[in-house]
Design a binder for this molecule. Structure first.
Ligand code: DAH
Length: 350
């Protein structure tokens, strides 16, 4: 009986030595210490021993049990350590100084186009101004030669606040404030007024692929002595060539806007077909891009500038339109959709 204990110990030691992973070790534990394991089996033969022998045998079996338990725990720790070392050694090189790869956002296509336009105008000496989205009826219409009940208001229905203010329907609404801000420097120091003011505009519109109730424009004005239509054409052409990164052909057609006289629709030669005619330009070879004109004397007067002495031009560039053309976006609603999958494909990382 007693020699069985030594036999089992020798057997265990041999098997333990050979075990090379946690799974094999667990099998050994079950084989020796499990409910039906060989150590438990040893106790079953005890009934034939004398009381004295039982005591000593039981003690030795218990010692063996503890020995096996301890040896398995020790080997298990050894194997785990070896496994960890293997994993560390086989891991690919990690550069701890490399920047973290984050899921970064991207600029909105309109932001990109707006910044590009701003940069071109800055390089031509224009100030970039910010103006509020909530304006008065005076700023949005009256100061722009659009009195109450003028039919031009029909095309610019917008959202009215209970206090009588409204969400601006065009960036022209900032013209009056810009003239007032810069008129002193113009009159006293002879500094021409040159400013662009991009902004979000609102109209009460039914939406479809070409119409949105929220869109972006960039207004620009230049006022000085002897400003004429050639100045307007020069600045528009330079700006558009800068944005499209190539020489752009432009043409002017008459257009009516109460705040300019004369007023024009500025077209650019179609960038897709080069002017030959294609579906994008409705086979005309031209794309309508920017309404503009010579600032109406009444508008200058409302801004505190004498129209007998000064003249100027103004334009209202459709930034949303420009972004759609530049990036080939067919549905205007994509721009306000907040759909990152669709928006991020047109843009570069921040
Ligand atoms: N504010 C006009 C609109 O949104 C666009 C416009 C036309 C602006 C002619 C101008 C301009 O500055 O000269 O319909």
């Amino acid at each position: 009986m007693f020699e069985k204990i030594d036999g089992l110990r020798a057997d265990f030691e041999q098997k333990l030595k050979a075990a090379s992973d946690a799974r094999e070790l667990e099998n050994i534990r079950i084989e020796f210490l499990g409910k039906k394991g060989s150590v438990t089996d040893l106790l079953k033969g005890m009934k034939d021993l004398s009381v004295e022998e039982k005591k000593s045998f039981g003690q030795q079996v218990n010692d063996l049990k503890n020995e096996i338990g301890d040896a398995i725990a020790e080997k298990s720790a050894c194997l785990a350590k070896a496994q960890l070392e293997r994993e560390i050694n086989s891991a690919p090189d990690i550069d701890l100084t490399a920047p973290a790869v984050l899921d970064r956002g991207s600029y909105h296509p309109i932001t990109l186009v707006q910044r590009e336009c701003e940069q071109v105008f800055r390089s031509m000496g224009f100030a970039v101004e910010d103006y509020s989205e909530i304006v008065t009826d005076y700023e949005c219409f009256e100061a722009l030669n659009i009195p109450k009940h003028h039919p031009a208001r029909d095309m610019q229905d917008t959202y009215y606040l209970t206090n009588g203010q409204l969400l601006k329907s065009h960036t022209s609404a900032a013209q009056n404030a810009i003239y007032k801000k810069y008129r002193q420097a113009l009159i006293e120091e002879g500094k021409p007024i040159k400013a662009v003011f991009p902004g979000r505009c609102f109209r009460n519109e039914a939406t479809d692929a070409c119409h949105e109730n929220t869109f972006f424009q960039m207004e620009g004005v230049m006022v000085d002595k002897n400003i004429n239509i050639s100045n307007l054409i020069f600045f528009m052409k330079t700006m558009l060539s800068g944005v499209f990164k190539r020489d752009v052909k432009v043409r002017l057609r008459p257009g009516f806007f109460p705040f300019v006289e004369p007023g024009f629709e500025l077209d650019i030669s179609c960038l897709i077909c080069g002017g030959d005619g294609c579906p994008s330009c409705k086979h005309s070879g031209w794309l309508e891009l920017c309404p503009c004109g010579m600032i109406h004397p009444e508008v200058l007067k409302a801004g505190g500038i004498d129209p007998e002495e000064y003249t100027g031009f103004a334009f209202g560039l459709g930034l949303t339109r420009l972004a759609m053309m530049k990036y080939g976006i067919k549905d205007i609603r994509d721009l306000n959709s907040g759909n990152l999958k669709s928006l991020s494909q047109f843009t570069q990382d921040c």
